[in-house]
Design a protein around this ligand. Sequence first.
Ligand SMILES: *Cc1c(COP(=O)(O)O)cnc(C)c1O
Length: 384
Amino acid sequence: MTRSVTGVPFVDLQFVHQPIQDQIEEAVRTVLQRGDFILGQAVTEFETAFAAACGVPYGVGVACGTDAIALGLKACGIGAGDEVLVPANTFIATLIGVLHAGATPILVDCDPDTALVDLAAAERAVTPRTKAILPVHLYGQMVSPQQLLDFAETYNLTIFEDAAQAHLAEREGYKAGSVGRAAAFSFYPSKNLGAAGNGGIVVTQDEAVAQKLRSLRNYGAPQKYIHHDLGTNSRLDTMQAAILNVKLPHLADWNRQRYEAARYYDTLLQPLKEWGIEPLENRSGSGHVYHLYVIRVGELDIDRSAVADALASQGIQTGIHYPLPCHLQPAYRHLGYKAGDFPHAEMLCDRILSLPMFPGLTATEIDRVVEAIVSIFKRKLSAA
Ligand SMILES: *Cc1c(COP(=O)(O)O)cnc(C)c1O
């Protein structure tokens, strides 16, 4: 494995794949020999293992995380006429999932320090039509399970978790995917647990929801050629499940490496607070699985693009997750929101910067990233 001796990639999947390359190839060969490409043995094995890892009894594999949200909501009986509370700052797929379920998304602002949905704001958005809340465990940190459960009980709402960035995350003794009636995960290649292509799963404690999903993902037919539901074709490929079965036992270790990298970033970045550089807050200790390591930049006098450009000039890759909140996306103007509706989400979109984060990111590389940030401020101070 060779990485640049000066730059730092945003993500490098080689580190996780190289040591298990032979097992992955073997798993793929086995599927080819067996020929059970659709809903084969590896899918059932993975569904059982992943649900168990989340601490729930049922898992139903689907084609991607977006479908996991859309079909998962439908399986929970949420659809036309139902309002679903959704954070305004999330990856757009959360919103797409709600719309594909036929439900009405009601966007809610976030906590500026964690970027997680603000439950006090959610409370103000509740109406008699509100049926569910869709918390997003953004960047790898869970929304407080205790607060979610209290909120859902008060307003008699279904909790459906978007855990696409939070595989095996924990908070207050709960695991991601075990808080709500059901939860969606994605296995997009760069997620904490990624396939070699697309994949997703819904995990649930509710057998009826699992049963409904097995129908919905498979043309609405729980048994062949007898169609009970208006379903679709959205299955986790056997080949992808076989690869995920090889990777799942390593996930906790990869998450731990992400967490340790984050701790090191935290330590090195601590003195930069006076310059307006601050990591988003971790309120879940070692339960945060750091899908992304996100800092806020520019509360003082250096803006984000100056930082991102300076890092890029040294071969250090960064990202912005996400540059435009859901309510200001051109495709969703018809939802009727406008600039200013969600000030915290909008502020974060202008100030957040995601630094390199992946298992196998070295201390030397983290040193390099932080030194590059420090040098921007030093240059500025000496110029002043
Ligand atoms: C990745 C992601 C999804 C969508 O998953 P896909 O597998 O890409 O469809 C949904 N929600 C969040 C928060 C995500 O990060």
